[in-house]
Design a protein around this ligand. Sequence first.
Ligand SMILES: [Zn+2]
Length: 280
Amino acid sequence: MSNGDITQANARLLWKRFLQSTPPNTALLIPHLATARKYSSSAIEWTIPVLPLELHCEIDSGVRWFDPQEKSTGLGYQFLRYTCRNCNRFMKVFAVFVTKPESEEANVTVMKLGEYLPFSAPISKRISKLLEKDDLELYRQGTRAEAQGLGIGAATYFRRIVDNKWQLLVTEIRDAAAKLGAKDLSVFDAAVKETQFSKAVDMLKDAIPQKLLILDGENPLTLLYKVTSVGLHNLTDEECLQQAADIRMVLTALLENIADVLKDQNELKSAVARLKQLKT
Ligand SMILES: [Zn+2]
């Protein structure tokens, strides 16, 4: 590859990453991205390539290739429309503003004005299954705030979800414990009736099944309580950002573990059913 090819490949990579993972209202100068088309000695049209992207598809529940409707676009305000290559149904639209400083010929500044569906980190299937519409929107806002480094905002969104949903978490843990063969579930039933998360956490501190413990044997409910009981007003924005990430990770790990337990059990059940059908 010549030097020119390398700088062009670099420019395309920067442009691709910019669309995939930069929140709106962000500008980036990308050298060597534009190409000139000469119509006459005085008329030149500048274009920039519109490349396939790797984005999260909510229909396929994973990262897939997305193809653009048009292979290039001009300067100014532009909409870039994308469709998932795999399901051919999930769509994503970016609104961008492309400008080119006169002096540096092939350099452009791209600004992301917005995107639809709105920018957010991919949401795991477990989370979207557990959270109803309003809480799922809080979760999305939390991931958006976190991705933009807005610590106090992100922590507040995730804490609100824990406040709204801790009883549901206890119910899910109870179901998993039942599947794992726990005989006495009364402590879970009592905890779910509590009005205070702190009391429920205290009641369940030794009752969480081994399989649901995370990070080398830690009780996930105790961890969630520990994180959310620290007052936000005592923390810097940076510490809040860390807290937001901690809540998100513990919540996800707990739900993944619950789902695994329930799935294992379902698989075992269908294996037993299959064996029973065998003629002897
Ligand atoms: Zn798809």
